[in-house]
Design a protein around this ligand. Structure first.
Ligand SMILES: [Zn+2]
Length: 177
């Protein structure tokens, strides 16, 4: 369901090119700059993450920064311009944990919101296998640990992370598991 007034989109009031006032068509529809005529669309930012497994356990990282500071999360992050999502998830896992991964399959794609501003995100989750070596948490990660499907934390950082972990558990329990 689309809200009539989106809190995040409503906060976009000025043109990022010329600082003119943005005129809204209403709802989550495009906004047009009254000064330079530029048109802006309210689109989600893509992210790429992975359920990285080893010996039947999934790798979670503890967030060192807001939003959801201190919560367990899947390794991953925002995709850079022109970056392939698979390259993005490999880069993020390497940056956050030092691990190299092999992608097994696409696990699911889940829309969500990010941070206090409620920025829309489109979250691509892969199933992956970890290479050898220990996970070494990087500076934006407060810790890393392997969880079996029946020991997963009750609360994780984002709704889309809970959805990805549920998809992983379903896959393990399903006919293809
Ligand atoms: Zn403008």
């Amino acid at each position: 369901m689309v809200e009539m007034t989106d809190r995040c989109w409503a906060s976009w009031q000025y043109c990022p090119k010329c600082a003119g006032h943005l005129e809204a068509a209403g709802g989550v529809g495009p906004k047009r700059c009254g000064r330079c005529g530029a048109v802006f669309y309210f689109n989600p930012k893509p992210t790429a993450s992975a359920v990285v497994t080893r010996n039947g356990r999934a790798l979670l990282v503890r967030r060192a920064r807001p939003p959801f500071e201190g919560y367990w999360d899947l390794p991953g992050g925002f995709i850079e311009p022109d970056e392939d999502p698979i390259a993005a998830v490999k880069r993020e896992v390497r940056e956050e944990t030092g691990l190299e991964i092999e992608i097994v399959d696409l696990l699911g794609i889940f829309p969500d919101r990010y941070g206090e501003a409620g920025e829309p995100t489109l979250n691509i989750h892969y199933l992956a296998r970890a290479g050898t070596g220990e996970a070494r948490p990087a500076d934006d990660v407060a810790g890393a640990a392997w969880f079996s499907p029946n020991e997963l934390p009750e609360t994780v950082a984002f709704k889309n992370v809970a959805q990805a972990l549920a998809a992983w558990v379903r896959r393990l329990n399903g006919p293809a598991g």
